[in-house]
Design a protein around this ligand. Structure first.
Ligand SMILES: [Zn+2]
Length: 323
């Protein structure tokens, strides 16, 4: 069959225009967001990529009592001085960070209840720090692996506990998750609020998504006297109600924190699970650090931005799968 020349031309024009339009339009497919997430993760954030882009997602945890403590050898690791004024007192999986100031200690997160006495109280003592000097405890969010030791710090050391309002409410509503008692409601952390102790401030950035009250943070540390800015990401995995509105909230928070990190000039990315920031591995690397070599946690502004690109893109992957 002969096709009129005019028709062939117009078909070619249409196909060319379509190709141009495809180039100009943002590509919005599961594959394109997965590719963007993989590119952003590189070798730095493979654990985050695996958890939020690759592993099957889960829904929110149920209101049940915590399971029995695992054998201590499976989670205990050495505490460590990581920066001049920031100490790791976490486990192999979960991080608790002690930020020392001119007037005491700000502790970030408190692990599972079973780990908190040995890893935090014992860890601080091993490092020559007095747990009684912990004046503030900032809880990234009210899941058992971060809030477990809050009651201990409140009861034993009279530390003030800072947490997002919705997460205080979730603790108060819980029937079964706190068989040994709940931390009493204390300071409600608000967006932009500064938790100040002596010469040091931690700026809170509310990043709802992982939980409704998730708190991320910006603060300064010193590496051999050199000030560096830390972006602390307070909630990562998708174990919340998996629907479009929840993913929209999560995605907005990743972008909000990326912007906060960029405007603060953050070059260090810290999280609350070693799975996400390789904290325990990096602490091991510090032993081999020679004078003049970069600090393993100082990844640079570009990599900090890529971290939040991974969580943003992976959330878009999960969101698109719902449509
Ligand atoms: Zn959590």
């Amino acid at each position: 069959m002969r096709i009129p020349r005019r028709m062939v031309l117009s078909a070619a024009v249409i196909s060319a225009l379509t190709a141009v339009a495809a180039l100009a339009a943002p590509v919005d497919t599961v594959e394109s967001h997965l590719a963007a997430a993989k590119a952003a993760a590189g070798f730095d954030f493979s654990g985050t990529l695996a958890r939020v882009c690759i592993a099957p997602q889960t829904g929110p945890g149920r209101d049940v009592a915590p399971g029995p403590a695992p054998d201590r050898s499976t989670y205990i690791t050495d505490p460590a001085k990581v920066f001049d004024n920031l100490y790791f007192v976490g486990t192999k999986f979960h991080s608790s960070w002690a930020l020392t100031t001119s007037d005491g200690i700000i502790l970030i997160d408190t692990l599972y209840e079973y780990a908190s006495d040995e890893a935090i109280v014992g860890g601080l003592k091993k490092l020559g720090l007095d747990p009684a000097n912990v004046k503030y405890v900032i809880i990234s969010h009210a899941h058992g692996d971060h809030v477990g030791g809050a009651k201990l710090m409140q009861d034993r050391f009279k530390s003030r506990i800072v947490m997002g309002a919705p997460d205080w409410e979730s603790i108060e509503k819980s029937v079964n998750q706190y068989p040994n008692g709940k931390p009493k409601r204390d300071i409600v952390g608000a967006d932009g609020q500064k938790v100040t102790l002596g010469d040091t401030s931690v700026t809170l950035v509310t990043t709802p998504g992982h939980t409704p009250g998730t708190l991320s943070m910006i603060f300064q540390v010193k590496d051999r006297g050199r000030p560096l800015t830390v972006a602390y990401s307070g909630g990562t995995a998708f174990n919340f109600v998996n629907d479009v509105p929840h993913f929209d909230i999560y995605i907005n928070s990743q972008r909000k924190m990326a912007a906060a990190a960029a405007s603060a000039g953050a070059t260090v990315l810290i999280s609350n699970h070693s799975e996400f920031d390789n904290a325990v591995t990096k602490i091991r690397l510090m032993v081999a650090r020679k004078p003049g070599e970069p600090h393993p946690f100082e990844v640079g502004r570009e990599a900090v931005a890529r971290y939040f690109k991974v969580t943003d893109e992976c959330a878009q992957v999960a969101r698109l799968k719902l449509l």
